[in-house]
Design a binder for this molecule. Structure first.
Ligand code: ADP
Length: 484
């Protein structure tokens, strides 16, 4: 099959969260299964042409966006044999952030990602790659199916191209003012309730949900949750109306990229049979963060975007209780300025017991996964969550709220003695979180029981192979539906 995956972030080129990890890992797995898969993404400032050996492949004709004719250029690189096309348009993408600053989104995001969608459809015939399936991800690429139904309707190049939209996070809907229709020169007929209009605004995500042949999201539980009014962010009705075309496919993690046996960012490697290296990593982590060097103190970690979704308010409420329990806290996060300020303030209170580091730091994240004993994710909602999967692999026992993908991957001993690999709680409250943590702390003191649980986690299979096979099945189904 010819598969084109487009996303606004792809590891290792640009990343703010799990979407990048998925977009960076799935194509390689599809290629190993024998398919011609390619990636299309923006060329942001953080992507250095020299570092990734990019070469120019196509100059694009001017595309009118926001009343200005924008020229663009496509560069090509590779990711484990998968061709990656980078869209260069410096007014839009040569910026410090991907979507904005820590305080605000960029005001012209509709134009930036509207341009991305048009440029993609303009570029593919010139490159000569005709996809059987266009795999879109989240709101940033959501406009593509609407354009295929309007400006590109009847275009013979795309006549056989089916579309599949993956929802990585329904909380981000790409909502913009109604004037976006004219500034992006969208067909006015699209601005309707059955189209991309959402309460008087334009939603890029809605375009992806309404017009794609098939929809997926990143876990079974989240797939069910987003069809309820409580967790549907206002889109549950639309999703229920397409429920026969909506499927949950759990993300994997890139088993080579995330491997404690072979992680060059770590001072010591280790595996489930020999955890001596893990103890060294803990010591290094404690030193690096200025925490008291004590092998016996349970070290509880978080590596997270600082956003409301992540249940950070529970951690703030529980803060004194956490410290009273004698655990050490290691938090690495970046995101909303408000949260950054509040967590920075918590971090200076007891520097030998709790460290907060702000910023995006892959190396430190790895040391935290490897050096911590427990990994906290009290998310209000969590489509799949990769943090807990990486933590499992690195022998940091997850303590998580039972929601979305967390519910599908972390199993509590009280629910499932044999499969247990972590601790879960259901209620959104600091006390429920502390109750789960207390159960973890009790087991932590029972070294045999703890090791059993930890090894269960390290040996679990969250590789991409299974998910990639499922995506292929769904790609085929999308093609069938497209021709029906
Ligand atoms: P989300 O996509 O909602 O941010 P996930 O758990 O699915 O959450 O994915 C988060 C990914 O981003 C993980 O790979 C995690 O290690 C990484 N990550 C998050 N915050 C940081 C940070 N501040 N520094 C380094 N890596 C981070």
């Amino acid at each position: 099959m010819n598969i084109l995956l487009t996303a606004s972030e792809v590891t290792p080129f640009a990343k703010t969260g799990g979407l990048a990890d998925v977009a960076g890992a799935l194509p390689g797995e599809l290629r190993r299964l024998g398919h011609d898969v390619r990636i299309f993404m923006p060329l942001y400032r953080c992507i250095k042409k020299r570092e990734f050996n990019l070469r120019p492949v196509e100059e694009l004709p001017p595309i009118a966006v926001g009343g200005v004719n924008r020229t663009g250029k496509v560069w090509q690189g590779h990711l484990h044999g998968v061709p990656v096309y980078f869209l260069e348009q410096d007014d839009f993408f040569d910026r410090e952030g991907l979507y904005g600053t820590s305080r605000n989104d960029y005001p012209d995001n509709a134009e930036r990602f509207g341009y991305l969608a048009r440029a993609l459809l303009t570029a593919l015939p010139r490159i000569g790659f005709r996809p059987d399936i266009l795999h879109l991800n989240d709101w940033q690429t959501g406009l593509v199916p609407a354009l295929l139904r309007s400006d590109w309707a009847g275009d013979s190049f795309y006549g056989d191209t089916a579309t599949l939209t993956t929802i990585h996070n329904l909380g981000y809907q790409g909502l913009f003012p109604a004037e976006t229709v004219s500034s992006l020169k969208l067909d006015p007929a699209l601005f309707a309730m059955e189209g991309l209009e959402y309460y008087g605004q334009v939603s890029f995500l809605k375009s992806g949900l309404v017009f794609a042949d098939l929809l997926t999201t990143v876990s079974e539980t989240y797939c069910a949750e987003i069809q309820t009014p409580q967790m549907g962010h206002g889109f549950d009705g639309i999703l229920r109306s397409r429920s026969d075309r909506l499927f949950g496919v759990l993300n994997g993690i890139d088993a080579q990229l995330w491997d404690p046996r072979n992680d060059t960012a770590l001072p010591a490697c280790y595996d489930a049979d020999d955890l001596a290296g893990k103890r060294q990593n803990k010591r290094r982590l404690q030193m690096e963060l200025g925490l008291q060097c004590d092998a016996d103190k349970p070290l509880v970690a978080m590596v997270t975007r600082l956003a409301g979704q992540k249940g950070l308010d529970l951690v703030e409420q529980a803060w004194d209780g956490l410290l009273k329990r004698g655990v050490q806290m290691a938090i690495l996060g970046s995101g909303d300025q408000d949260f950054m300020d509040r967590f920075a303030a918590l971090g200076v209170q007891s520097p030998e017991q709790a460290a907060v580091r702000l910023g995006f730091d892959d190396g430190l994240a790895r040391l935290i996964y490897a050096g911590s004993d427990m990994f906290l994710m009290p998310s209000r909602y969590e489509p799949c969550g990769l943090g807990q999967l990486i933590a499992l692999r690195y022998g940091s026992v997850p303590v998580v709220r039972k929601t979305g993908g967390l519910a599908d991957t972390v199993f509590d001993p009280t629910d499932e003695a044999d499969r247990a690999n972590g601790f879960t709680f259901s209620e959104i409250s600091a006390s429920a979180m502390l109750e789960a943590l207390d159960r973890a702390l009790v087991l932590y003191r029972d070294s045999e029981g703890w090791l059993r649980l930890l090894r269960n986690g390290m040996q679990g299979d969250f590789s991409w192979r299974r998910s990639a096979l499922r995506y292929l099945e769904l790609y085929r189904k999308a093609v069938e539906l497209h021709h029906a």
